[in-house]
Design a protein around this ligand. Sequence first.
Ligand SMILES: *Cc1c(COP(=O)(O)O)cnc(C)c1O
Length: 830
Amino acid sequence: MTARKRDDAAKGGEDSIRTGLSEDSIRLAFLDNLFYVQGRFLEVASLDDKYKALAYTVRDRLLHRWVATVRTYQQTNPRTVCYLSAEYLPGPFMGNNLLNLGISEVTRKALAGLGIELDDLLEHEEEPGLGNGGLGRLAACFMDSLATLQIPAISYGIRYEFGIFNQRIRDGEQVETTDNWLRYGNPWEVRRPHIACTVKLGGRTESYHDEAGRWRVRWLPSETFRGVPIDTPILGHGVNTVNLMRLWSAEAAEGFDFHAFNRGDYYGAVVREVRSETISKVLYPNDEPEIGKRLRLIQQHFFVTCSLQDMLRVLGTTELPPERFHEKFCVQLNDTHPAIAVAELMRLLVDEHHLDWDLAWQVTHNSFAYTNHTLLPEALEKWPVPLFESLLPRHLEIIYEINARFLDEVRMRFPFDEARVRRMSIIDESGPRYVRMAHLACVGSFAINGVAELHSRLLKETVLRDFYDLWPEKFQNKTNGVTPRRFVMLANPGLARLLNETIDSSWENDLTQLRALEKYADDAAFLERWRDVKRERKAHLGLLISRLCGARVDPDSLFDVQAKRIHEYKRQHLNVLHIVTLYNRIKHDPSSDIVPRTFVFGGKAAPGYFMAKLMIRLINAVGEVVNRDPAVAGRLKVVFLPNFSVKLGHALYPAADLSEQISTAGKEASGTGNMKFAMNGALTIGTLDGANVEIREEVGAENFFLFGLTAEEVEHRLAAGYRPRDLYENDAELKGALDLIGSGLFSHGDRDAFRPLIDNLLNSDPYLVLADYASYIACQEAVSGVWRDPARWTRMSICNVARMGKFSSDRSIAEYCRDIWKVSAVPVVL
Ligand SMILES: *Cc1c(COP(=O)(O)O)cnc(C)c1O
């Protein structure tokens, strides 16, 4: 390094040690952080010390842009999107931040100069598992696109101390261990204790007359505690915009209950502190009944009230009055988890800011927009009224008032239709009384959207039909998308390089540019390079499989991958029936000509979901037998990769040849895994469900393996008295597969091991696994047929990637901005 550069670095100029992007300044900054933050020098530094030193080096560069962003927003006071989500699954930050700063390669070189491999540090990072799956990952893709499109946005949520459990497989079964992700500290976050919010809970309400003689209500809570914001900067790709992910952490109100302390109740005071800190302790796994989950309702109220108070605080700094809240902010409700916000904003405006009800309601219902994520009736959130009342007595009163006015509107529009009134009420009174959160969200929002065309249509026809009748103008569709930065550039650098060399890099921020690839689909040399990229990713996954599962897999076999939460509607068991069918064919005819396949599964089951856990046991049990049977050696392999996460997704999506998207039609709202696979050149075998429908439209029916009943056919089959056992009796291969599972072959002779699963399929089969079996098997044969023609397969793969432009989350976000949020880009200059 020259003397001038060293000078410059020290002065904080162009090549400052805190902000410079050159190899020299990154190396200097790294050593500086290692010494002054970690208190280590290179010779004694652990991997974690080095990781942290680099993380702080990167964070300095983010903070520089963050300050510039805040300055810009202070000067222009732009309309701002507030995304409320109980879950975020951002994945590891380091690689993405390097990528978005455009310094991956200089950083690699800077570290190499010190004898450090960047990949070792990337591998070391533990991701925040603050979500269950698709919904939390969508929120993270949206953050990336919001920043990249330079939209002022804050993403609010909960900083769970323990995220989604870690999954291990022991004796073929899922074992959950705690996700202690903060154990060694989190270098990406910044605590902001000075803007903490007060959270009230329980107690009662009372009315009073204020000085002006107006009737008012106040809430006398039985408990209060604090929410402390913990911020993570979110940088866009190739821009200076840094938005905030602001997650709330619960703490005791005063740190200590001094009153109790003075009474000599030292331990009582400590216990109260411990209790308030339990609130943001752990993320609840989904797919379990909500009923009675008191702490979960507290979590929802906790992050919603903190977020709304924070918005009102920001509004105060702009000198806009509370009645103009909806002009400054648009608040998106990611599912109903934050739907309590409708009542909470009313409470804040009416009780604390003293707006009259009608004005407060104008503000409230012009502030919120609601995204629905599910059609499964059992997944629609509802809270028992007594539970709700004991925790949020004032909110219940407000909901009753909202409901009374709303139901009058329904009666006005649909006179003499009390059945409709009962169906639409925010309070379910058909049995024990419940608060229906989806109804609260619909009533309190000016826009309601589904997450794929089919899903949005079915919403209007089924679960939200009455609301559509009343307010058709509120309903929209916003098909999901995923970020190509993380899921192509970061996860598949070989593909990114090939794309850049073949077309140019414009696809990185405009995925529709990939169309230009189509003209190379017949270029033999290009096809060869395309296959090389895939093969390299498959070999990479192969190493991971041997490390995590101890199995050897052949990178030249067809990698057939299903990675997503384990759920009956996602039908991992249909995939298993195909595997067992192939196994049976080989056993009956050892010379049968079968395309060698490696079946890869990944996914967590909710800890209390018996059938999902049994499906994991079945996958592992089949793998154990198939992988060891010399009769199928070289033809079938079955592996279950433990602990599916964003990080594991980086290795899985790019390595897949075939993407399994086989949910029962009408059950998957959108899916986003389907998009990540296809963007990386996997071909899809799928039903007409969720966004599969639109993926098929885009890539062309000839480049998609379609099978199964449509959503309408599923409904008709169920309505007509579906009898799965008849299908079993009349299909020899299906019977053979189910009988083999029932024979105990995969369970050391235990015929009862999988009995509940088999009985469920034979007696009720609510997800129509057997109804789609024959069509699925035939379609898999078509897959094998195409695989035997590598040029054809590769052309299809290229066409898939070339036509995935629609499924960038940049497109989704641009539509939200235009149609719902009414916000536009605010560029930031350094
Ligand atoms: C994308 C993703 C999902 C969603 O997968 P689907 O196939 O859409 O259900 C779930 N978990 C993780 C970790 C993901 O990255």
